[in-house]
Design a protein around this ligand. Sequence first.
Ligand SMILES: NC(=O)c1ccc[n+]([C@@H]2O[C@H](COP(=O)([O-])OP(=O)(O)OC[C@H]3O[C@@H](n4cnc5c(N)ncnc54)[C@H](O)[C@@H]3O)[C@@H](O)[C@H]2O)c1
Length: 350
Amino acid sequence: MQTVELKTPSMQGLITIGEGVLEERLPALLQGQKNFVITDSNVAKIYGENIKDWFGDTSVYVMPAGEQSKTFWTLGDILETMVKAGLHRNSRVFALGGGVVGDVAGLAAATYMRGVSCVQIPTTLLSQVDSSVGGKTAVDHAGVKNIVGAFYQPQEVLIDPAFLDTLPQREIKCGLGELVKYAALSGEMFDTLYQNKHRFGELAFLKTLILPSVRHKAKVVQADEKESGERKSLNVGHTSGHAIELSYGMSHGECVLWGMKAETKIAIRKGVCEREYGEKLLEIVSCALQTDPVEKVSFADVRDCAYKAKADKKNTDGGGINLSVACKKGAWTSINLPFEEYADCLRESL
Ligand SMILES: NC(=O)c1ccc[n+]([C@@H]2O[C@H](COP(=O)([O-])OP(=O)(O)OC[C@H]3O[C@@H](n4cnc5c(N)ncnc54)[C@H](O)[C@@H]3O)[C@@H](O)[C@H]2O)c1
């Protein structure tokens, strides 16, 4: 087992990665108090028997799989079920699933009785390399993604890479956007991904990238839990990626890859990104985009897409478009572009 510690002003958390980590850690974590497991319908279907073995007679809440469940309604239903199950202040919530379960269950844990202990057990590539670490929890509301939420650190994160063996290829690809983001931000991962850029289709290779991704994210969150500085680096590719997601309806991971492509080209053009590094990064992004399944996309009405980037909640000052961009190995910076220039750059980059 490999472990990473994450200390923030609000919590001292432990992340453990390895096959069999649930069998090793759960008996101690389940002992002595009432607990509550939150999962989704797909995970429950595939791992129903294992859930009984891992959690015994603990109450299990199964939410319908998918982003459409990331709502106030689901949150309210979970909290009501927790009340009926008689959970108390020292109860523990276990979030077993992908980023959707992690975000909703994390918010339920953050708000029930003003906060009960939470253990994240991520089961998708995206959640294992990124979303289960760092304590961002949320639901979507009023048509805006992640608009209601809290920073709430899990007490532990248990990552078993074997969960990825049952994950559909399309969902594996969803995790590649975040993996490439860590390659862009961490000098250590950049060389590994550049040298192995044709291996995005190999699950065994992807599993080796979980630990360095988690290590990088933990380091960033430890330095800046609430995203006032260094944590903004984790938005690399995301401002354009979210706008592309809203405009063209591809998966989040795929859109982050397109967003990284556009923003890296913009950063090279603006002279803030070292050309040789930027071109290598573009090669990595392009190989990740070519991994099956390959989407056929036509980018119509890019100006409308650029407006969506302007409306992004990270554009706090309202003037122009703020982007976090990778600028050389292991380094990033922020740039601000006037809207018209951004729209032109986006049109040329996609
Ligand atoms: N909190 C954060 O820091 C953070 C960061 C990035 C993304 N997110 C959020 O994460 C969400 C996306 O997460 P996701 O990509 O994991 O999606 P997801 O949770 O919807 O999971 C994707 C699909 O895979 C299924 N699944 C999960 N584990 C499986 C397994 N082991 N085998 C087979 N099927 C499995 C799920 O049922 C679902 O259908 C978004 O809502 C996004 O906003 C949060």
